[in-house]
Design a protein around this ligand. Sequence first.
Ligand code: PEP
Length: 259
Amino acid sequence: MSRKPIIAGNWKMHNNCAQSVELIQGLKAELKDIEKDLLPEVVVAPVFTSLYAVDEELKKCACGKIKLAAQNCFYEEKGAYTGEIAINMLKDFDMSYIIIGHSERRQYFSESDEMINKKAKAILANGLLPIICCGETLEQREQGITDKHIASQITKALDGISSEDVAKSVIAYEPIWAIGTGKTCDSIEANRVIKMIRETVKSLKGEAAANSIRILYGGSVKPETIEEQMAQSDIDGALVGGASLKADSFSKIVKGAMA
Ligand code: PEP
């Protein structure tokens, strides 16, 4: 079963409008000579305040090579939710994906599995696709409960979602101890956990969904690590933080995923 790889850049809380435009222009320039069909799906997730500017820049002859994502959303349609953004508002832009359940949101903003499940359902109901993040802390890994913890996160995130919708969705396995630390998870181990996630999806939603869902690795992905990561049987791409903030390093990762 061949799954189209995804290389997604999570810009986190970096870059004002001008800086975001500069970054996307740099990325467009790096990818301009590569045919779209040869590329993985390339996705960028700027801060909310840069979405308009980046979307406009992508409409100017990016030839559909780069897709737009948001870093978060709220699941309600509208109302008294100060500081939140509804999915239908994100649809003002040519949005494809929304990242949910990132460990930073779970840790600093107390996002629960239940909220992540509500967000996933609302995103799919709006015709967009969730990138659902999961991952263990170093403490959980040392306690030997990595698989149990991640299977539980996935089971809760996918609760009540149809097999057809799960098949289109994306999961990102991001060991928390590898995020922003420069410490990449060994590719064989990352592949093992991702296989376990696929098995979990299979037991919950059936074989077709498990074979179709794309499962990315995230955690200090760099140009030097991507080829080995992409060579693994179950790793379908990468969610990239730090290395997505420079057109040069992000495009090298994109190109490494084509190799
Ligand atoms: C991330 O935050 O999703 C991430 C993987 O960050 P980094 O690549 O910087 O570890």
